[in-house]
Design a protein around this ligand. Structure first.
Ligand SMILES: [Zn+2]
Ligand SMILES: [Zn+2]
Length: 859
């Protein structure tokens, strides 16, 4: 949600301490200096532009009434491109006023042509609702903006279809409702002038690939009715937005990326929590620091997650996803699994799920070597609040946000009783009124500190804070900048602090500031050619109208093969006039689901549906005995009924967490591309990954101590996906000094770190990808490290890794080599989700392995 304009006014407050002074005091607290780098991001003066000459006076007046005196240059530039008929993506920072760039041409067109219509797509209902209010507030005659989503009453739907000329919806509704009902929408689609795609960077990975085809289906229906709408996309700052927007829409798109809105200067510090003394007996981060958290915080945060969401709820992946473990490796393959939970910053209401890997199970099989980022962030939050500085702390998981808020409150209350009341936790799923209340309290200073999940990245207008604390790298530079962008009222300096977690990527980044401040933000990765997406989308398209040869061009690479498969499978029938859907019912395709139908989580005692979990994750998260967290409440699974797709659970808060272990096997199906580099080979291809969840461990939350390991009886499952892999000759390893007994540990350690560093190259996080390493693989007949997409058919991550292999493995090598530990730690080669309990691992040999690869691989 963007609302900035030249006239946006922040609530007036006296200036807090200057960021540099504040930072000096914060870093002087402990023994060592935790700050590894300070970057000064200079203030920027805004560059306004005149209203475009084509913008009618009535529209200018409406915006002026809302406080927009004139557009900024980037807004005017994008608006004029769109008005002239170019597809355009505006990719600028938080609060740079992207909405004006599409509102201006869209509304000008609606005013000029009383028949024209506009379709606006947002990744969440909350964002669409906010945008509706913004458009409605302009009070333009005859526009009749309306939201059309799952909550729209039946009685209003027909009115909207007939009379609204600015319809706001989401891709799910477009897919499930509008496109299948195109006959009822023909009047609207025939006159469609603009399609606005807000927050388009959220359409990434498999979800993004689905949305890309939903948009092609939309274009196809428009074309049938004779309409060729202009697409206007708004994106967070991202690398190469024109290409990503082009992949998403299938159209040539012009990018506007020069941000001309004003910005206060930011002092940006990189913060590495100190190493704890060895064997200090430190308890795991989350457990010891939450007395009273279960009852106290929960009650202050009503469980509203379902109310506002597009989807009933997101799986609580953080908890059991902590470890996907293989039994002791029979084939000496070390598997690191991913069943692809949506990463933290993913689209839609899933972003309200705890970011995987952050919650309970995170590090508890690993010796804690650094002070936890959560504790450090809580202390920083307490310190800044005590200084009277309005501070927002971003924490990846909901539980983490609650822990940070609770700890900060406690320290403040210890210092000054009652001061703790000025800190609160925030998570996604709040109703608009509650969000507004929090915004108001923070802006007016009633509230000084807020710990939030990245739910605040979307849909909340909270800018102009004095300080932003970012607990753990949010996964992408794009998200990092979006979060840091919350800091800084116009004309005032602000502080941003990235607090590193004990993790290879975070550690690498705080020691390589150039990777943050000197690098462009990541490209948004999606792969419309994924055949697991393409085939079902073509089935949907055929059910809407028979496919023609021209349609195959529209749907792009692989469409013909996918259609042939659908014919062979009996889903389509080929006739001289095209391909016809053969069934009465429409195909069932879930844009956000994958890996089979989602599994419902049902509370046995009440029959209440708590939420759903992706089929792909269900064996890990919902096996009998699993501890399942949902909106902060702990449940234990009684039964997983795979036939009915549901898990029965009851409320219980045991003092252990559960960690599923699986055995993994991988076979190469085909090689798409390879580089023959002497003793080293680099490959991209399709693989079959077979995994079976065979047992789970119960571990004491407070100590990480393993209580027992219990067997499970679940069927094996297959994932066909895309992998990147490299091989080395045994001779080259021997020459490099890797003893043959150390080869498995060397490869395994290299694999872990490579997975950890891949998010530097693509908009994935380590939970989107899996890996497997082995001293001899049956298909490659050589020592091999595989890294694969955790999504059926691949999501473009492995492909991106292959394309940037030398940069990726160089960063991996440096991350390992520069880590101060001796034998490997969570900051370098240990993985929180290791399939083999981080055994074997050889840190020095991993460096040797990567040196061999880098010495041979062409740049
Ligand atoms: Zn280390
Ligand atoms: Zn592993």
């Amino acid at each position: 949600m963007e609302s900035s304009s030249p006239a946006t006014v922040s609530a007036g407050h006296g200036p807090g301490p200057a960021p540099a002074d504040l930072l000096r005091r914060l870093r002087a607290r402990g023994a060592g200096d935790p700050v590894t780098h300070v970057e000064r991001v200079p203030a920027r003066a805004g560059a306004p532009a005149p209203w475009p000459s084509w913008a009618p006076a009535e529209l200018q007046a409406a915006f002026t009434r809302r406080g927009v005196v004139a557009p900024w240059q980037h807004q005017a530039q994008a608006a004029t491109l769109a008005y002239d008929g170019d597809h355009v993506v505006i990719a600028t920072g938080t609060a740079s006023g992207k909405s004006l760039a599409y509102q201006l041409p869209a509304l000008a067109t609606l005013l000029a042509d009383p028949r024209a219509t506009v379709l606006y797509l947002a990744p969440t209902k909350a964002l669409a609702a906010d945008q509706l209010r913004a458009v409605a507030a302009l009070e333009l005659e005859g526009v009749r903006p309306a939201c059309y989503d799952g909550d729209t009453p039946r009685a209003e739907r027909e009115w909207i279809r007939r009379h609204s000329r600015f319809v706001l919806t989401n891709p799910d509704m477009l897919h499930h409702g509008i496109l299948p009902g195109h006959a009822q929408w023909s009047g609207f689609l025939r006159r469609l002038a603009y399609v606005v795609i807000d927050e388009c960077h959220t359409y990434r990975g498999v979800f993004g690939s689905h949305v890309a085809h939903v948009l092609r289906r939309l274009r196809r229906q428009c074309a049938r009715f004779g309409a060729t709408p202009v697409f206007v996309l708004a994106s967070a700052t991202s690398g190469d937005p024109a290409t990503a927007a082009g992949r998403l829409t299938g159209l040539p798109v012009t990018a506007v990326t020069e941000d001309a809105s004003p910005r206060g200067g930011v002092t940006f510090a990189l913060w590495e929590p100190p190493l704890l003394p060895p064997d200090s007996g430190a308890a795991p981060p989350d457990s010891s620091s939450v007395p009273g958290q279960a009852a106290g915080n929960r009650s202050s945060a009503p469980a509203l997650g379902q109310a506002a969401g597009d989807r009933s709820s997101a799986p609580a992946l953080g908890q059991a996803a902590g470890d996907r473990s293989s039994a002791p490796a029979p084939g000496q393959a070390a598997g690191d699994h991913s069943s692809a939970p949506a990463p933290g910053q993913a689209a839609g209401d899933r972003s309200s799920a705890p970011a995987p890997g952050q919650a309970a199970g995170d590090h508890d099989d690993l010796r804690q070597v650094r002070r936890s980022a959560l504790r450090e962030t809580a202390d920083l939050l307490a310190d800044t609040v005590a200084e009277g500085v309005r501070t927002l702390a971003f924490v990846r998981s909901r539980k983490g946000a609650e822990v940070v808020a609770a700890n900060a409150r406690r320290s403040l209350d210890d210092a000054v009783p009652g001061l703790g009341d000025r800190v609160a936790a925030y998570r996604g799923g709040y109703l608009r009124e509650e969000r507004r209340e929090l915004e108001r309290a923070l802006l007016h200073g009633d509230l000084l500190g807020l710990a939030s999940t990245n739910a605040l990245e979307l849909g909340v207008d909270l800018v102009g804070l004095d300080a932003v604390l970012i607990c753990g790298y949010p996964g992408t530079r794009a998200s990092l900048w979006q979060q840091a962008g919350r800091a800084g009222r116009s004309g005032q300096e602000a502080l941003a602090v990235l607090v590193a977690r004990d993790d290879p990527l975070d550690t690498y980044l705080v020691h390589h500031p150039e990777a943050i401040f000197g690098a462009p933000v990541e490209a948004t990765v999606l792969d419309p050619a994924n055949r697991y997406v393409l085939a079902p989308q073509l089935a949907c398209a055929a059910a809407e109208a028979p496919l023609t040869p021209a349609d195959l061009v529209l749907f792009g690479d692989g469409a013909k093969e996918a259609v042939d498969e659908l014919v062979a499978a009996g889903a389509l029938r080929q006739r001289p006039t095209g391909w016809y859907w053969r069934h009465r019912e429409r195909p069932e395709v879930d844009l956000r689901g994958e890996g089979g139908a989602p599994v419902c989580v049902v509370e046995s005692a009440t029959g209440r549906l708590l939420g759903t979990v992706d089929g792909g994750s269900s064996h890990f998260l919902l096996h009998p005995g699993a501890v399942y967290l949902h909106q902060g409440v702990s449940y234990v699974v009684d039964e997983l009924d795979l036939a009915d797709g549901c898990a029965l659970v009851h409320v219980e808060e045991p003092d252990w967490s559960t960690h599923a272990r699986d055995v993994t096997d991988l076979s190469v199906v085909s090689v798409r591309s390879y580089v023959d580099a002497g003793p080293v080979g680099m490959f991209l291809g399709e693989v079959d990954v077979t995994s079976q969840v065979v047992s789970y461990q119960r571990r004491r939350i407070a100590t990480g101590e393993v209580i027992d390991t219990r067997p499970l009886d679940l069927p094996a499952r297959e994932l066909r996906t895309v992998a990147v892999w490299f091989t080395l000759s045994p001779q080259s390893l021997a020459l490099a000094g890797v003893q043959s007994a150390d080869v498995p540990g060397a490869l395994h350690a290299a694999e872990h770190a490579a997975i950890g560093l891949l998010p530097l190259m693509a908009t994935c996080d380590r939970w989107d990808i899996g890996g497997l390493s082995t001293a001899v693989h049956a298909d490659t007949e050589a020592p091999t490290v595989f890294v694969y997409d955790g999504h059926p058919g691949g999501a473009g991550f492995a492909e991106r890794a292959y394309g940037t292999a030398s940069a990726w493995l160089r960063a991996t090598r440096d991350a390992i080599a520069e880590c101060g530990c001796e034998t490997g730690c969570p900051s370098c080669v240990q993985s929180p989700k290791c399939g083999n309990g981080n055994n074997p691992l050889s840190k020095p040999d991993a460096i040797r392995v990567l040196d061999v690869v880098l010495a041979n691989l062409p740049e």
